[in-house]
Design a protein around this ligand. Sequence first.
Ligand code: BGC
Length: 357
Amino acid sequence: MRKSFVVAALFVFALSVCVGFAGPALAAARIGISMPTQSLQRWNQDGANMKAQFEAAGYEVDLQFGGDNEVPVQMAQIENMIAGGVNVLVIAAIDGSALTTVLEDAKAQGIPVIAYDRLIMNTDAVSFYATFDNFQVGVMQGEFIRDRLSLDTEGGPFNIELFTGDPGDNNINFFFGGAISILQPYIDSGRLVVQSGQATRDQAATPGWSTERAQARMENLITANGYGPNGTALHAVYSSNDSVANGITNALLGAGFTAENFPVLTGQDCDITSVINILAGTQSMSIFKDTRTLAAQVVKMVDAILRGEEPEVNDTETYDNGTGIIPAFLCAPVVATVDNYRELLIDSGYYTEDQLR
Ligand code: BGC
């Protein structure tokens, strides 16, 4: 048990005694939630899910979004939350390495910090990490490409291009690393060929996870390598998430590819645009990360911390943020395709059928 939790728990307990609660001692606690951007569907959902679930549990919530992935905005918001007296911070960092200084204040004031979805690097102010199994996400994406191209039985060679996300997001080490752990043997044997030669994490990065930047890079790759339905064959494009996949889809459609000859294209998040593309045959799969589950896990974590108890974790080995291992709870990702989207997304109440038209 770290000292800061005990301080926070005592504080909330004292507060509840002062205001004379007989009921849940935690009702007066305020949770500061800092999400990276409102321009991607997933963070709006994450923010809304957490706010609803924390409020239902009786907490007060200060939910903020860091402009459009603007690091200084996020830093200022977190500073304001600390100054405003939040009891816990839940943060999905825009740049995982940019919060060291601002979180020193949180630590000094005994405010526990939970890294949400993305690990916050190089600070011992982070108490816990709640996320999906990010390496497994990459493995599932790599396996999908392997199986769709039948890399274990078909001769090839097959052409592939690689795209991942923002270089400041620690998650891409796991997404890209997981995918490459599956694909590398086929690249080494020559069965898979990255025609552009752009095969490192940094060469494959997409700043800001931007759809427009991904589209521009894919357009350049198409021009430089002559990819097209009647040109050089392009069999697969690895994309770490949906916002990047959307840019790739736009570029491939622009080059004349159709659902009939579309390269295998991966994604992640089950954003509405991507699910619609999956149904149209212009994206092959996505990874479903049920943000309701992650939000519920974080509410449980915060609840335990404020009660002075140890939160449940299921990984104490994987996530070193530069100051040591951060105990984590990893939720399970699931592959989504045209074959199971209904059960995963509609039957579970995540989307309505109308949203996917
Ligand atoms: C998240 C992904 C998301 C990406 C872009 C990553 O850190 O894990 O789910 O697609 O950020 O927002």
